[in-house]
Design a protein. Structure first.
Length: 345
């Protein structure tokens, strides 16, 4: 099959034939990706130093909670974490037990080779020179393979920072799935990618279409949600209007994360996404949130209790809606071969 003129760039909307029709038996499922990264001051300038990997006990508690709930997280993991002996040993045991999967997560400012200036623009690895992005990605893959005995097949760029070369580089590095596209968000004013207009359901990406893109899940909710992304972007351009619409419960953008999103809003968003026909609800959070004092979302023990309370409510709601957890292997098994997708297109 000859593909039309589209290089599989993750910043471009997929072609109609690149949409993936998952196996009907897969149903509607949810997955959990944990951005597993060093702790650093989110309000300070980016720095190669001054970070730590100390939330080991918090991560262990989180893993025990999700395992008991029947959820197999995918820990997309960055260089400082995989380079830490305690963290790598603990996560390696989860992998050996079949309780979790390990993917890759690239923070360029702490990932070798250290050749670029450290600043906000360079925090998006996909906008670095192609050779630098490739070298950093390979260094991370090699470190993960050395620690865990296998190269990663799932990827999320730090700060969702994929760029025009990322899909091609991920294909060449052997990745099978990317989950960097944060549909319905635009980071272009922060030097980053603009994901407006991109799908919520999985699709093929990369020049040979061997890379599955699984976008993070975000819903529009409220009385005006039928206006969708176009209306929301117009409201954002008018300054305070977007906030006013949200407070009036007319139109809000709700990502599926416990970080800054009340459980009730997340449940409404889940219902909206199911109504849209989204087959894979992609939930996520950052690993430093699992211990108090490292992110704005869990500042103390009461916040951590609230974090687990959020999951209690949201997991119960998913169960009521008949949405079960899916592992990385289960998702990939539900993806038809690309040749079949071409013949059907």
């Amino acid at each position: 099959m000859t593909l039309p003129d589209h290089d599989g760039n993750l910043l471009r909307a997929p072609l109609p034939q690149d949409r993936i029709a998952l196996d009907p038996g897969f149903g509607t499922r949810f997955m959990l990706f944990v951005d597993t990264e060093e702790e650093f001051d989110w309000d300070a300038p980016f720095s190669r130093t001054g970070h730590g990997v100390t939330v080991i006990e918090g991560m262990a508690r989180g893993q025990a909670y999700f395992a008991a709930a029947g959820v197999k997280p995918i820990y997309v993991t960055d260089y400082p974490v995989v380079d830490d002996d305690r963290a790598a040993g603990m996560m390696g045991q989860w992998l050996a037990d079949g309780a979790a999967d390990i993917g890759a997560h690239l923070h360029p400012w702490v990932n070798p080779p250290h050749v670029e200036a450290v600043n906000a623009a360079n925090s998006y690895v996909g906008f670095l020179p192609e050779a630098v992005e490739r070298a950093k990605l390979e260094a991370l893959c090699q470190r993960i393979e050395a620690r865990f005995g296998r190269r990663p097949i799932a990827y999320r760029a730090g700060r969702y920072g994929v760029g025009p070369n990322s899909a091609r580089l991920l294909e060449a590095a052997g990745f099978r799935l990317d989950t960097s596209v944060r549909s319905r968000f635009d980071y272009s004013k922060q030097h980053g990618p603009d994901f407006h207009g991109l799908p919520q359901n999985p699709y093929w990406a990369g020049p040979t279409r061997s890379l599955v893109e699984l976008p993070l899940s975000t819903a529009f909710v409220g009385l005006l949600r039928g206006g969708g992304e176009r209306l929301y972007r117009r409201a954002l351009a008018m300054g305070p209007l977007a906030g006013a619409l949200s407070r009036a419960r007319m139109l809000s953008r709700v990502p599926l994360t416990p970080e800054g999103v009340p459980a009730q809003e997340a449940m409404v968003a889940i219902d909206a996404l199911i109504e849209e026909g989204v087959r894979v609800l992609n939930l996520s959070f950052h690993s430093p949130t699992l211990a108090p004092g490292h992110t704005p979302y869990v500042r103390d023990e009461s916040d951590r209790d609230a974090f687990y309370g959020w999951w209690d409510r949201v997991l119960a709601h998913l169960a009521r809606r008949g949405v079960r957890a899916a592992s990385l292997d289960q998702l990939l098994a539900a993806v038809p071969p690309r040749t079949m997708a071409c013949k059907a297109a």
